[in-house]
Ligand binder design. Structure first.
Ligand code: UTP
Length: 294
């Protein structure tokens, strides 16, 4: 079986739920304490054995590219002040993987964004990390998907159980259990943004999928789906119906940085355990919560 070494991060969406900030700052660059969300994704991919990453960007997203570049003048100024450790940490992020960039040109949907990666992917399996989904986990989620791919030999969708209200905003998977593996399911259909009554189960695709290159022909033939966009779920549904995919209920807590409340929650969770902020922030939160309902 071919080793999985490539990943695609779609980051070209308009980010309308995060306006007004997303008008000037790509939502994928919003911080988790002091790190842009997309750097957490690149780190997750690198820790999973991924060496090559394509970030699909759009207009006004240059800040993403700048973050993964060297900044010789800035570094020289930091070095002159003796801040060599800061320079090494900036370089560490720039060198995590071979990160390249491609523009989607028009935000026609997540499926369309992934479709731009055909030449980069070639004939290899690849992981897709949704650019605004940060997941805190013990084992990197991309690695969990790669392990499931190597075990079952089929594309893998990362899944979580969600409430009926959220199923209608995400997707719903038709699954049957796999004996001896309580976290893995055989999935032979799925639906994007199901209307009430159309749901298959409470499992929804969230944040990470592992696909094979046959997805590109499927994407190219897709008509616009929910919201008038080319939906990745519609492409994966076709693949699920024709040969099945594995749905993996991954370990980890997922935060949608594309939503205001997701952004706040992620920063609270990261803030209480961050080495520089943890102690003071925990004390502040305890005090704040104890006074909140008075
Ligand atoms: P979302 O649906 O969360 O992004 O897509 P969005 O369209 O920016 O969201 P709104 O406007 O707040 O509703 C998940 C990921 O896919 C990327 C986004 O940047 C995000 O990281 N995406 C989405 C693209 O790259 N291209 C698109 O056309 C749509």
């Amino acid at each position: 079986m071919q080793k999985v070494t490539k990943a695609v991060i779609p980051a070209a969406g308009l980010g309308t739920r995060m306006l007004p900030i997303s008008h000037a700052v790509p939502k994928e660059m919003l911080p988790i304490v002091d790190l842009p969300a997309i750097a957490c994704l690149v780190e997750e991919a690198a820790k999973s054995g991924i060496t090559d990453i394509l970030v699909v960007t759009g207009r006004d997203k240059d800040a993403i590219e700048d973050f993964f570049d060297y900044s010789p003048e800035y570094e020289a100024a930091l070095n002159a002040k003796g801040k060599t450790d800061v320079v090494s940490s900036l370089r560490r992020y720039a060198d995590l993987a071979n990160v390249t960039f491609l523009r989607q040109k028009e935000a026609k949907g997540l499926g369309h964004a992934v479709g731009r990666a055909r030449a980069f992917v070639g004939d290899e399996p690849f992981v897709v990390l949704y650019g605004d989904d940060v997941i805190f986990s013990h084992t990197p989620v991309a690695k969990q998907l790669i392990d499931a791919y190597e075990k079952y030999g089929r594309p893998v969708v990362g899944a979580k159980r969600v409430s009926p209200e959220w199923l209608q905003k995400y997707s719903s998977l038709k699954v049957s259990p796999i004996e001896g593996d309580p976290a893995a399911f055989f999935c032979d259909d799925m639906i994007e943004k199901p209307k009430p009554g159309e749901e298959f189960s409470d499992l929804s695709v969230l944040g990470r999928v592992l696909l094979t290159p046959d997805v590109f022909d499927v994407i190219d033939a897709l008509p616009p789906g929910a919201g008038g966009e080319i939906q990745l779920t519609d492409a994966m549904a076709k693949i699920a119906r024709s040969g099945g995919v594995t749905a993996l209920e991954f370990e980890g807590e997922r935060f949608d940085l594309g939503s205001k409340v997701g952004f706040l929650k992620a920063n609270v969770v990261a803030g209480v355990s961050h080495p520089e902020t943890g102690e003071e922030f925990r004390a502040f939160l305890k005090q704040f919560v104890s006074e909140m309902d008075r």
